[in-house]
Design a protein around this ligand. Structure first.
Ligand code: SF4
Ligand code: SF4
Ligand code: SF4
Length: 309
């Protein structure tokens, strides 16, 4: 028998789940709004990007624990012929997209962890190996990680990558928002600083939203009227401006509610009512799975698209 997301939520409501956590959603929302106002972020203006990949190179250089890549790798334009995804050895990638309005000027998009305001990865980690800092960064502690990879399953953007090639001490890898080296000291991330086209702007998230909206207002011919990440999943620290609809540049069409806003109140309510942990993880696992957008491209779809090019 098929069951969709709506049926699943109804099922929870029918079993008393919604009644249990209804009040807590408001508490969660208040805390969430407070943290949104204090954090930092980045606007990525994809209309300015020329695909030089200096940002990728800067990321590799600042993250000393990543395998070193030769400068030639970042000059190799053939890398732009296939769609890539973040990997255990690359915290950020730049992809190229056709521009139907101007075939001579493709659109380039830099991807990395979005540093969600209410991150599903942090919520899914049962040992607290992922934490959210007050400046917006999501950090990872390899000493706490037990390798369960729940964070990978929970991330709506499929960002965290696992070191499958490291048999002895595998870690989950993802963009750090340059927390240790730069953003904890108020400095812009290395990739932002390295960009010769000033594609990215680092600052207080609330100020960035104003800047982005002014750009959209001033240049309605250049941008679609949508700042991706302002509201998606309750807001992300990295936000995007684009000339193309976001679904055409591989950004999933997500709702405005973050997955933890559904799962955490249930978690708290279940603990409050002494329901065994096994039940908790069965319910939360099912809910995460149903809420996770199915539009993010799987590895096999990406491979298929790349082979068709
Ligand atoms: S994009 Fe994924 S890995 Fe990054 S903070 Fe959001 S849920 Fe976590
Ligand atoms: S913020 Fe730092 S870790 Fe993240 S992509 Fe940029 S350079 Fe890499
Ligand atoms: S460094 Fe700037 S212009 Fe070059 S690929 Fe990265 S974001 Fe685009």
């Amino acid at each position: 028998m098929g069951i969709n997301r709506r049926d699943f939520i109804k099922l929870l409501a029918g079993t008393g789940g919604i009644a249990l956590f209804g009040k807590n959603v408001n508490v969660w929302a208040d805390e969430h709004v407070t943290s949104l106002h204090e954090s930092f972020g980045v606007i990525v203006d994809t209309t300015l990007c020329v695909g030089c990949r200096s940002c990728e190179k800067a990321c590799n250089q600042i993250n000393q624990d990543l395998p070193r890549k030769a400068s030639e790798f970042y000059k190799d334009n053939s890398m732009l012929e296939k769609r890539r995804r973040m990997a255990a050895d690359s915290y950020t990638v730049v992809n190229r997209y056709n521009n139907p309005g101007n075939s001579g000027k493709p659109v380039y998009v830099k991807f990395q962890c979005m540093h969600c305001t209410d991150p599903a990865c942090v919520s899914a980690c049962i040992v607290g190996a992922l934490t959210k800092e007050s400046n917006g960064a999501i950090r990872y502690d390899p000493w706490k990680c037990i390798g369960c990879r729940y964070c990978m399953a929970a991330c709506p953007f499929q960002v965290p990558a696992y070191e499958y090639n490291n048999a002895m001490t595998p870690q989950v890898r993802k963009c750090t928002f340059c927390f240790e080296q730069r953003t904890s000291k108020g400095k812009a991330p290395a990739c932002v600083q390295a960009c010769p086209m000033e594609v990215m702007t680092f600052g207080k998230r609330r100020e960035l939203i104003k800047i982005a909206k002014r750009r959209i207002e001033k240049h309605p011919d250049r941008y679609i009227p949508h700042l991706y990440g302002e509201h998606e999943l309750g807001g992300t620290s990295w936000m995007y401006l684009s000339s193309l609809p976001f679904e055409e540049i591989d950004f999933p069409n997500l709702g405005y509610i973050s997955p933890p806003s559904y799962t955490e109140p249930i978690q708290h309510a279940i603990f409050k009512h002494f329901i065994p942990p096994l039940t908790l993880f069965a319910v939360l696992g099912g809910l995460m799975w149903f809420l996770k957008p199915k539009v993010v491209k799987s590895e096999s779809v990406l491979e298929e698209e790349n082979s068709e090019k």
